[in-house]
Structure formats: structure tokens, C-alpha cells
Design a protein around this ligand. Structure first.
Ligand code: SF4
Length: 445
């Protein structure tokens, strides 16, 4: 057997923190938790009972499928997010989306004093086979379960399935179509498990619904409006519609939701829409419907990799046209209100991606320059290599943590170069204040 040369994760992290002094240590740990997941002890899962659970708001965002979770059923018991705070590392409050991985070097557990802590693997050779000693890094908090999570619609549908929240309560996440029409033609984005996750959740008995109607969304939001003071924004999203869904095009289908919400609850929350980069006339309709922030996600910058990893988007719209539509949308909404997402790390996915971190960063930086020089601020989600996605199968380790740390440095360098402010609709920026949970870019202002 070949002996692993990896060093314990704790020592690796300490070195990375020392080498990158402009990035908060909490942000480095957060990126590592997002790229590689977190485990929970049985006691830590027991403490999570009655707190806000994982809602599987769109993708699985886990490192193992539900059928491999066995008796522990972390899919039912793990929290949506964890808050890292205090402890030996003196962490400032940091909110992290939970991505379950029982083999992670990080584990949420209960310490000798009965506190919930995040422990990191501190002994052995890094593969967990020898000396699995762990040291506590910081304390952990779970978010209390919102009272409306126990309510149901008149149809009997549970509210936490219809309108869950993330980002520590800041964002209501309305996935109104739980499938994507790129699947079935081998044109789905290769990092994406939306349809596979739908299937596994249905098999596991979760009351998932493929399509939610505007009426159901309004009924859910009426309950939330009465009982919740914390949400500041909502996102309407779902899979792409390349032909028709119930007789409607993508623009027809998705436009109805902000239209109905803004008519009933005008400007109660910041209105966001995540759909494809659609033609200008459709984009104007979204603006007229009351959408305030438009997310036409470009996923990855590199020309060759976009064609491979986003084959459907490449065929249906095309990379250059996609970018042109993003820039055109900035003319409708204003550049500040157009925030295209990319999936950080897929640039390095085998077998197609860059081999070297600096090559991947140079490519990503080219895209950031393109958009930021025009006042458009992309944002990113840290890639979670879900095992039910194409790339997750071949890349269970995700991208190297160094890529994610270098991206934080690069993103903020280019943002500063163009004197851009934090993007709107994400709450307060900065370490100790940010709530955006699926990457650390807001923690680094
Ligand atoms: S367009 Fe791509 S990322 Fe979006 S749901 Fe479809 S396959 Fe997934």
C-alpha cells in the first residue's frame, strides 16, 4: 500500500492561513467546509433536533447520496447551516451552508464541557486511517427552527418545502421548478444534480413537488409575512426550460412569480430571479414584473470548458451570446443589479479542467475583468462535488483549497481595481457580519 504523504488538515490550514494574511482565517475554513463537507457526531445530530434542518432547497449540496447515509439519516437531522464562533480560534461569526460528508476532516461534535464545537483532524497522515485525533477550532451554533416551518398550506404541503430560507434567515428560496430540461439529452451542466436530487428525495420520502404554482407561493409568503421579520429577500428559481413547461416558455413561466408576489407584497422583500441569460425583451419583462436583481449565471468563464461543462447552455444560447445578454441586461437593470453566478472550482475538474491552480485562477480572473470593468459584479458558489452529478463522480475531492483561497484574493483585488462596492441583496458584508453561506466572498470585505 502506498503511504499517504498528506499532512493533518489542521497543519495544512494553519500554513495556508499564514501564507494568505489578507484572507480572514474563518473564510479559509469556510471554503474548506464548503468544498469538502462536514461530518456530525451522533450527539451533535441529536442537538440539531428542533433546529432549522437542511431543506434541500435546490441541489443536494452533499458529498454522499442519501442512500449511503444509513441509519443516521443526516438528510433529515443535519442543520441547514452552522454558525462558527469564538473557541480556541477566536472565530468571528461565520455562517456556513452544511454539506454532509461523513469522511470529512471536520466534525461537529460535543466537547467535554458540553459545548457544540467544530473539530479538525489534527493527527495521522491526513487520510483518517491513523491517529484520527481532532482539535477544536471554534464553537458552533445552529439556527432555531423558524415557527413557520411547522405550518402547512391549505393543500397540506409543508411550508418548509414551499418556501425554505437560507443565509441565516435572510433569503427565502423559492425553487418553483425542481427539474431542468437539459437533463435526458446529456446536456445538463456537469456539476449539477438537480434532477438526480429530485429523484433521490422522492425515493427518500421527502414531499418534493416538481412545480409550485404562484398561488401556493403567495399562500406561503402570506404566512411568512405574518410570522417572520428576518427575511430581506427572495429568490425565484428552478431548472431551465428549453422547450415549454405546461405550455409556457422559460420567461412566461418564471415571470408569473415575481409579478404575483410584487402585486400582493410590493417591495416587502428584495426580489431576485435566477434564470438563463434570456433575450432583451424577456429581461425587460422581468424588470416590469418587479424583479430587482437578475442572476443570469455563466457558471464558468473558459471558452473550451464552457462548451464541455455547460453543453446545453452552449448549444441553446452560446457562450458569447450569453455574455452579451448579461451586459445587455445591465442596461435594463443597471450593472449593480445584474449578478451572474459562477461555480468556483469546476475550472479544475478532471478530466477536462486546468491542472494548475494559477492557470485556473488566470482564466477565472479574465472573466472577472470582463464583467467588473463594465460595473457588473459576478458572485460565486463554491463547487460541491455532488456524487450524483457527472463531475462529482470523477472529482470526489473537488478543487484544491488553494484555488478557493486564491480566488478570494483575486476576486477582491479586481473588485478594488474597479472601485466596486459589495453587490446588493446579500446583507451586510464583512467578517463577523456576512450571512451568504455558499461561498466566503461576502466574508472578505
Ligand atoms: S441549467 Fe445547468 S445548472 Fe441550471 S438546473 Fe439546468 S443543468 Fe442545472
Amino acid at each position: 500500500m502506498t503511504k499517504s504523504l498528506e499532512i493533518p488538515r489542521k497543519h495544512f490550514i494553519e500554513q495556508l492561513i499564514a501564507d494568505h494574511p489578507t484572507i480572514p482565517p474563518e473564510a479559509i475554513v469556510k471554503e474548506d467546509l464548503l468544498r469538502g463537507g462536514v461530518a456530525f457526531s451522533d450527539d451533535a445530530l441529536r442537538v440539531a433536533v428542533g433546529m432549522q434542518p437542511k431543506s434541500y432547497f435546490i441541489f443536494s449540496f452533499d458529498m454522499i447520496p442519501i442512500k449511503e447515509m444509513g441509519q443516521r439519516r443526516e438528510d433529515l437531522s443535519a442543520p441547514e447551516e452552522i454558525c462558527l464562533t469564538g473557541g480556541p480560534g477566536h472565530f468571528r461569526r461565520t455562517i456556513v451552508s452544511v454539506r454532509i460528508n461523513p469522511h470529512s476532516p471536520y466534525r461537529v461534535e460535543i466537547d467535554a464541557e458540553g459545548r457544540l464545537v467544530l473539530a479538525i483532524q489534527a493527527g495521522g497522515n491526513g487520510d483518517g486511517t491513523t491517529d484520527p485525533r481532532r482539535d477544536p477550532l471554534c464553537e458552533v451554533q445552529y439556527r432555531p427552527r423558524p415557527s413557520y416551518y411547522d405550518r402547512t398550506l391549505s393543500s397540506g404541503r409543508p411550508l418548509d418545502e414551499v418556501a425554505p430560507n437560507i443565509e441565516w434567515g435572510y433569503l427565502l428560496y423559492l425553487t418553483v421548478y425542481r427539474k431542468c430540461q437539459y437533463f435526458g439529452f446529456e446536456e445538463e451542466c456537469q456539476f449539477c444534480d438537480i434532477n438526480e436530487n429530485y429523484r433521490q428525495q422522492i425515493s427518500a420520502g421527502r414531499p418534493y413537488q416538481i412545480v409550485k404554482t404562484p398561488e401556493e407561493i403567495l399562500e406561503a409568503l402570506a404566512i411568512i409575512a405574518e410570522t417572520d421579520q428576518e427575511a430581506r429577500a427572495y429568490t425565484v428559481t428552478g431548472g431551465s426550460i428549453t422547450s415549454k413547461l405546461r405550455g409556457q416558455t422559460e420567461a412566461d413561466f418564471y415571470e408569473r412569480y415575481p409579478l404575483a408576489i410584487e402585486k400582493r407584497f410590493p417591495r416587502r422583500w428584495i426580489s431576485k430571479l435566477v434564470v438563463q441569460a434570456l433575450p432583451l425583451d424577456d429581461v425587460k419583462r422581468f424588470k416590469d414584473a418587479g424583479v430587482q436583481i437578475y442572476h443570469p449565471n455563466y457558471e464558468i468563464w473558459d471558452d473550451r470548458l464552457f462548451g464541455i461543462i455547460c453543453a446545453g447552455k452552449n448549444r441553446y444560447v452560446g457562450r458569447e451570446e450569453w455574455h452579451r445578454r448579461i451586459v445587455d441586461a445591465a442596461g435594463v437593470f443597471g450593472p449593480d443589479q445584474v449578478i451572474p453566478n459562477f461555480v468556483a472550482g469546476i475550472e479544475m475538474a478532471k478530466p477536462y479542467g486546468f491542472h494548475e491552480v494559477e492557470d485556473a485562477i488566470a482564466s477565472t480572473a479574465e472573466g472577472l475583468e470582463f464583467f467588473m470593468s463594465q460595473g457588473i459584479k459576478p458572485r460565486f458558489t463554491t463547487w460541491c462535488p455532488e456524487p450524483l452529478s457527472v463531475l462529482g463522480k470523477t472529482n470526489p475531492q473537488g478543487a484544491p483549497l488553494l484555488y478557493h483561497v486564491r480566488l478570494l484574493e483575486t476576486y477582491h483585488r479586481i473588485l478594488r481595481k474597479y472601485k466596486l462596492t459589495p453587490p446588493p441583496g446579500y446583507g451586510e458584508p464583512g467578517i463577523g457580519k456576512a450571512v451568504f453561506s455558499v461561498s466566503a466572498f461576502m466574508d472578505c470585505f
